[in-house]
Design a protein around this ligand. Structure first.
Ligand code: FEO
Ligand code: CA
Ligand code: CA
Length: 691
């Protein structure tokens, strides 16, 4: 079907568009030391090894049928999935032709302070922290930073990346700026009361996101920042940008503050980690560890305290040294206890309208959002997959009430305001006694089973006893704890993506060192899970609108010599070691690209490719490594498969590092400070990436 939006907003060049071995700085600045805190989910919801088996067996859920049809992936506008009727889960896993096209020679694990790419490839930096974005922005000057400059320059710690083509050789790139690391941004930074007001304001301005125009270099896979001429779409969104709430919780008493007595106009977005795009060409960006930006959480009203705790908002001493409350009183929860409720949402931003107001879509719930991957159900309803990145947190999906209508923007945007929010329950099909915590496969040869999506709320109707619909949306974690049927506590659900070829949905579960042997279940089968795993969901009839699914673990990460690892049965002598899967994306051929955050094997983080079908299912190969201290974010393979974009987040963020003693000089080299940057990788002779 022709793209109804052609000319105005073409969809991602790109099919689609997110966190072990982490440094103490990363822990402090990114998550507010979440790992050092008590686990926020203290409910006794099933770890599900002990859950009664579902009546529906996997075979019952997914009956035989052909495979290989194309589903609508994120950003493929206008088409309803032309899927085979009842594809077989095993076919989704093993169907397709024998070998994949992936042929590059894997990069070896290393600790080098550079972007290491395969032989035959080239890379360049597209945009760096501090590069001018808006008119009048000064060139970056590490020793002369100002809030005014930062408001017009590319922000810090780039994460989710997506690209919207404007013709063949020009595009808009959206990039999240997840968090700031002031101890690497400013010389002599000690934080708290000692931070200068200007430093605090720079921090506020360095959060959020950027829209920048980029252009292809010649006829290669290289893309460059447009630095000359009119760039009408370039935009900075920060922690101070005016936004609005829509959906069922907009105007709720829980969202009202002194500055916004109607509860409809929040200010700013924080800790935007991963994201997605909509079929109508907007960005969905996800607020993750928003818990760390507030002070005096112990002074909120008594009735609110359980919810503050459930979101790991630290009581007493602020976990972050940023002290935003010193320049904006709203961050003081003693004075403005509802302000924390105004973060933790999915925000929709129209990159093609620089004057548009970003929208926090309350129907999608509030948690440490990771992923906002959209697809269409068979009947045309919009589906959004979402992870909640915390130890023992849940996996969610939203299904709109109405159907997507190609080209009818005004109608389509309303889809995100009305629908049903579900949480996932996973049931294993092997006896609990066979899950011995060593990672040894159960006797049926797989960690697998069936699952269901449990409804939490639909419009004004709550499915959770004792909670109103608005409470379910604002305190979604508590709702998921309480919902009948028992949602499953997972090992840090991060990014999710739907395979554009098979329709399978993949979830990166980064790690969870807090899980005990008594808490293992078939979907989270290792105690003290340092290296994480990847979960595959095949929904009934391969229909994203369905409420039941089959699932399996194609990848249990770590050193392949470690007996607890599993690479879908592929020969482990041939695969690359992989640890802490975080962001995932697919290329058009349906190969899964996995980036890592916090590689607990002691080498740098990287980007990996894994076919998920055919004989090479489980054949993990490392495509690149990022510099010292960095994690790999926002991987994106363009639809023409000529370019791979990666966000190199927090280079040099290692214990003891500082501007006086940087541990990385990437990307500018000798004498420079490390700068979070987006890089692009392409084959020197124009071959398909990875092939
Ligand atoms: Fe920002 Fe869950 O990674
Ligand atoms: Ca991450
Ligand atoms: Ca099993």
């Amino acid at each position: 079907m022709a793209n109804p939006n052609a000319g105005r907003r073409l969809l991602p060049l790109l099919s689609t568009p997110h966190k072990g071995g982490r440094s103490a700085l990363t822990c402090q600045f990114r998550c507010g030391n979440a790992c050092a805190h008590d686990v926020a989910n203290t409910t006794d919801n099933a770890y599900f090894g002990d859950v009664v088996k579902q009546a529906l067996s996997r075979r019952g859920v997914l009956r035989a049928g052909a495979l290989g049809a194309i589903v609508v992936g994120t950003g493929v506008a206008g088409a309803v999935p032309a899927l085979a009727d009842e594809p077989e889960a095993d076919a989704a896993r093993h169907g397709g032709s024998g070998d994949s096209d992936i042929r590059f020679t894997a990069v070896q694990p290393n600790k080098d302070d550079k972007l290491t790419i395969p032989d035959g490839y080239q890379s360049s930096v597209v945009v760096r922290w501090g590069d001018p974005v808006l008119p009048g922005a000064p060139e970056f000057d590490f020793d002369n930073q100002s809030a005014d400059a930062q408001n017009k320059q590319f922000g810090y710690n780039c994460d989710y990346v997506t690209v919207f083509p404007m013709g063949r050789d020009r595009a808009l790139m959206w990039v999240n700026h997840e968090y700031t690391d002031e101890s690497l941004m400013f010389r002599g930074y000690t934080g708290g009361a000692a931070a200068t007001e200007e430093q605090i304001k720079i921090g506020l301005a360095a959060h959020g996101g950027s829209v920048v125009e980029i252009e292809r270099a010649g006829r290669t896979g290289e893309w460059k920042l447009v630095t000359k001429g009119r760039r009408r779409y370039n935009r900075r969104i920060t922690a101070q940008t005016k936004m609005r709430f829509t959906g069922p919780a907009a105007g709720s008493d829980l969202l009202k503050t002194a500055a916004d007595p109607r509860g409809t106009t929040p200010v700013g977005m924080l800790n935007n980690c991963s994201g997605g795009t909509t079929p109508w060409g907007t960005v969905l960006t996800t607020e993750e560890n928003f818990n760390q930006y507030f002070v005096n959480a112990d002074k909120v009203p008594e009735a609110q305290k359980p919810y503050i705790t459930r979101y790991s908002i630290t009581t007493g001493t602020p976990s972050s040294s940023r002290r935003f409350d010193r320049v904006e009183e709203r961050f003081d929860l003693a004075k403005h206890p509802n302000e924390a409720n105004r973060f933790g949402w999915i925000v929709e931003i129209d990159p093609f309208d620089p004057d548009s107001t970003p929208i926090k879509r309350t129907a999608l719930g509030r948690f440490a959002h990771e992923a906002a991957t959209t697809t269409l159900a068979r009947d045309g309803r919009l589906v959004v997959y979402m992870g909640d990145d915390g130890r023992f947190e849940y996996i969610y999906k939203f299904v709109s009430k109405d159907r997507y209508i190609p080209g009818f923007d005004r109608h389509n945007r309303g889809l995100l305001d009305e629908g049903t929010l579900y949480v996932a329950k996973f049931t294993g099909d092997s006896p609990a006694a066979e899950l011995d915590g060593t990672g040894k496969l159960p006797s049926d040869g797989q960690f697998d089973g069936s699952g269901e999506w449990l409804p939490l709320v639909s419009g004004d109707k709550s499915f959770v006893d004792g909670m109103t619909a608005q409470e379910v949306l604002v305190y979604t974690r508590s709702a998921a704890d309480k919902v009948k049927g028992g949602a499953t506590k997972m090992d840090r659900p991060e990014d999710m993506e739907r395979n554009p070829v098979t329709g399978g949905v993949y979830v990166a579960l980064t790690n969870n060192t807090n899980r005990t042997a008594a808490q293992v279940d078939e979907a989270n089968p290792r105690p003290s899970n340092k290296h994480g795993h990847v979960l595959e969901i095949v929904e009934r009839r391969n229909d994203a609108g369905e409420k039941t699914f089959a699932w399996s673990l194609p990848l249990v990460c770590g050193d392949p010599n470690d007996a607890s690892t599993y690479f879908a049965g592929f020969d482990k002598t041939k695969v690359s070691p992989i640890s802490c899967p975080d962001n995932v994306t697919f290329d058009k051929d349906g190969n899964l690209w996995i980036s890592t955050d916090g590689n607990a094997l002691g080498t740098n983080d990287g980007l990996f490719v894994m076919p998920v079908r055919g004989k090479e299912r489980g054949y993990v190969r490392q495509f690149l490594t990022v510099p010292v201290g960095a994690e790999t974010c926002g991987p994106l393979v363009t639809d023409d498969q000529r370019s791979v974009f990666v966000a190199v987040q927090h280079p040099g963020e290692t214990d003891g590092a500082s501007p006086e003693a940087p541990s990385s000089r990437w990307p500018d080299g000798e004498g420079s400070q490390p700068r979070p940057s987006v890089a692009v990788v392409w084959h020197a002779r124009g071959k398909k990436v990875g092939a």
